[in-house]
Design a binder for this molecule. Structure first.
Ligand code: ZN
Length: 173
């Protein structure tokens, strides 16, 4: 898998009535993340009872995506995966239910994989900007004029070159 995709790892979270989240794969539920999936500090993490699980959702480790909420149905007759309702007496999802909750993540995965060329091009442009700034610093230290730098960099004038690369400019502007 492309290393650029390493930040996208999906997991299924238990949702508790107070909105906190925890990993659904553990035998003992535990709240480890806030409503927005931000990890709780160790002092705020706490074990929960299976009865406290009110639903589930898939979360991506990138922090930029989460699936829709699947509610826990108390009665077997209310089990309705098509409407994201799962009857789960134990509060712990089995493999097939976990697969259902995870399925939405595939869209996010495909989208993020399709965007990898954009990420690569962005990183190339950042790297090129850094090389340009370093090259200008080098030639300035060797005595090149702002007028000459303006001419070869495409900025045109000495003033524009100094504004872009001079001591007042920020490196990434
Ligand atoms: Zn992601």
């Amino acid at each position: 898998m492309n290393p650029l995709f390493d930040c996208h790892r999906v997991w299924v979270a238990d949702i508790f009535a107070d909105g906190l989240h925890g990993p659904s794969l553990t035998a003992q539920p535990a709240a480890i993340a806030a409503v927005d999936a931000t990890p709780l500090t160790p002092a705020l993490r706490c074990a929960r009872e299976p009865d406290e699980v009110i639903g589930w959702r898939a979360l991506c480790s990138c922090g930029g995506w989460h699936g829709r909420t699947w509610l826990r149905a108390e009665n077997p007759v209310d089990h309705d995966p098509g409407h994201r309702r799962l009857h789960c007496p134990s509060g712990r999802l089995d493999t097939s239910a976990t697969t259902l909750v995870l399925a939405e993540w595939d869209y996010h995965r495909v989208e993020m994989q399709a965007l990898i060329p954009v990420r690569l091009a962005y990183e190339d442009s950042v790297s090129a900007q850094q090389r340009l700034v370093e090259a200008v610093r080098f030639v300035r230290s060797a005595g090149a004029s702002w007028a000459a730098i303006g001419q070869v960099s495409g900025l045109g004038s000495a003033e524009d070159a100094e504004l872009r690369f001079g001591p007042q400019a920020c490196d990434m502007c």
